[in-house]
Design a protein around this ligand. Structure first.
Ligand SMILES: [Zn+2]
Length: 87
């Protein structure tokens, strides 16, 4: 795993093609049904030393790259979509 920067927020996801888990630094995100991009940093619990994106609906912290659109992931808890802008 790459060295993680504690000033960044990360999204954890699995890739439906390779089944590899990923963790990537994000710039901002927008959950489906919400009208605005939220730019990090926001309040979020830390996992280890870094902030991890949580689902705004159910609080799940693992997402799935479902391949519907680029940079779109779905929550593994409630399947809500989130669009990610990566750093
Ligand atoms: Zn969820």
């Amino acid at each position: 795993m790459n060295k993680l920067n504690p000033d960044f927020m990360y999204i954890k996801f699995s890739d439906c093609q390779s089944l590899h888990d990923g963790i990537e630094a994000i710039h901002s995100y927008k959950f489906e049904g919400e009208l605005y991009d939220t730019v990090v940093p926001i309040q979020s619990p830390k996992e280890g030393s870094v902030k991890i994106l949580l689902c705004s609906a159910c609080g799940h912290r693992d997402f799935n790259d479902n391949g519907r659109f680029m940079n779109e992931y779905s929550c593994n808890g409630c399947y809500r979509f989130v669009e990610i802008k990566f750093k």
